[in-house]
Design a protein around this ligand. Structure first.
Ligand code: FCB
Length: 446
């Protein structure tokens, strides 16, 4: 149990220039799936596969953010955050993933960025939060194709040329492990492929595309910091048996070291290459160096630890633990441990917690949403971040996932992560009590 703190005490544990934000992603909130020249993404198509989405939902309307931009910007400003993390939909900008640019798409993100700046909120952009232009998947297998990495670098250049003078930060990818493993190995996310060899080749091309995009962005006049966002779910053995320890080591390699070693050490971990055998990806000369170029920041998304055993090599909770509505274990101290471990094992750039938050079953009662569990989740994880800062980890900012309830991928609209409630029948937004608390923390004089 963490000791309860007042908002004043909590705020005092963070540096004055700490970045306080909320996060979303394009497909999960925008809707307007076919508006103004947007092309289809692999998620638009995946949502139409019977049984792929738990509640049969899709991204056609979502939170209708595309049409409610100004009101949503006011909502974000009202929270008192200093930063907003959003993603750009590649098929809105380049409907076919290559060639022609859709001017309406770029104009939307320009309005978003300028609207944030006008409200004194710093824009943190992510180029890829899983919505690959469907045409690239159809044409040559999406991230299986090396060419997709080059198309991504073109797209990165287009965005950087237009917005790079105003966004403060550009992340290339959000959670490449999810794109590769859930999308191409387990097939539970778009594009729904189930093939380990393809998944690892895809993961290599995702990382390669990150390196190519860093180069492309740095060749423009963009002033934004550039980096990447990784999902970091630290792995623990379920028991102290040697067998569980071996499973945990392997899972840690697949989930954390595969990405962090490639980015910050310049090579994939040898034990995982050996484990993959014939399924290991093919690299070309120079790939490793491209991937390991200097990042200006690392984004860490943390929700829960992973518990490994022979029965289940990657469970999101240990037996009997307190869990959220996703079944994810609530373990804030694991976030502090994770940050310390990364700090110890890698030469890291400054770190941002780019996502952290929880799904709980909320309801509006008399115009209010009391989500004390979510508030406690956020508070306890902020304390963990402060602990890591005290121990020397350079954490520069924290973004709550999420600004508002939204399309939670294969779970559809059943899982609510927002600090703002969305009534999907009316699209009305209501600040939950966690949002009011976050607001009170952020509005304190620095
Ligand atoms: C992360 C995703 C984000 C959201 C949260 C709950 O893996 O980046 O889009 O779905 O999980």
């Amino acid at each position: 149990m963490t000791k309860p703190l007042s908002v004043v005490e909590l705020r005092q544990r963070f540096p004055q220039d700490f970045v306080w934000g909320v996060a979303t992603s394009a497909f999960q909130i925008e809707g307007a799936a076919r508006a103004d020249g947007k092309g289809p993404s692999i998620w638009d198509e995946f949502c139409r596969v019977p049984g792929a989405i738990a509640d049969g939902g899709n991204g056609d309307v979502a939170c209708d953010h595309y049409h409610r931009l100004e009101a949503d910007l006011d909502l974000i400003a009202d929270l008192g955050v200093t930063a907003y993390r959003f993603s750009i939909s590649w098929p809105r900008v380049q409907p076919l993933g290559a060639g022609a640019v859709n001017p309406h798409g770029l104009a939307f993100y320009e309005r978003l960025v300028d609207g944030l700046l006008a409200r004194r909120i710093r824009p943190y952009a992510t180029l890829y939060h899983w919505d690959l232009p469907a045409e690239l998947q159809r044409r040559d297998g999406g991230w299986l194709a090396r060419d997709t990495a080059y198309r991504f670098a073109d797209y990165a250049r287009i965005v950087a040329e237009r917005l790079g003078d105003r966004v403060v930060s550009i992340a290339t990818h959000n959670e490449p492990w999810v794109s590769a493993v859930l999308g191409y190995e387990r097939g539970v996310f778009a594009p729904g492929v189930k093939d380990r060899r393809i998944a690892y080749q895809a993961s290599h091309h995702l990382l390669l595309s990150h390196g190519l995009a860093l180069q492309a962005i740095r060749q423009t006049r963009a002033r934004a910091d550039v980096g990447i966002v990784l999902n970091m779910s630290p792995v623990y053995p379920a028991t102290d048996s040697d067998l569980d320890a071996a499973h945990a080591r392997l899972e840690d390699g697949r989930l954390i070291r595969w990405y962090a070693d490639a980015l910050f050490k310049g090579h994939y971990p040898a034990d995982i290459i050996e484990h993959l055998g014939a399924d290991a990806p093919r690299l070309e000369p120079g790939d490793a160096e491209l991937i390991a170029q200097r990042c200006d920041f690392l984004g860490v998304n943390y929700y829960h630890p992973t518990v490994s055993s022979s029965a289940n090599p990657a469970s999101p909770a240990s037996n009997g633990a307190a869990v959220t509505d996703m079944g994810w274990e609530v373990a804030p101290h694991r976030l502090a441990e994770l940050l310390m471990r990364l700090h110890r094992d890698y030469r890291l750039p400054p770190v941002f917690i780019t996502e952290n938050g929880a799904a709980y079953r909320d309801s509006v009662v008399g115009g209010r949403v009391e989500d004390e569990q979510r508030r406690q989740y956020i508070e306890s994880h902020l304390i963990a971040v402060a602990d890591a800062i005290d121990r020397g980890v350079e954490v520069r900012g924290y973004f709550v996932w999420s600004l508002m309830d939204n399309f939670e991928w294969a779970e559809g609209y059943r899982k609510r992560f927002g600090i703002v409630h969305v009534d999907y029948a009316t699209l009305r937004r209501t600040l939950k009590s966690s949002a009011l608390w976050y607001q009170s923390l952020l509005r304190l004089p620095a």
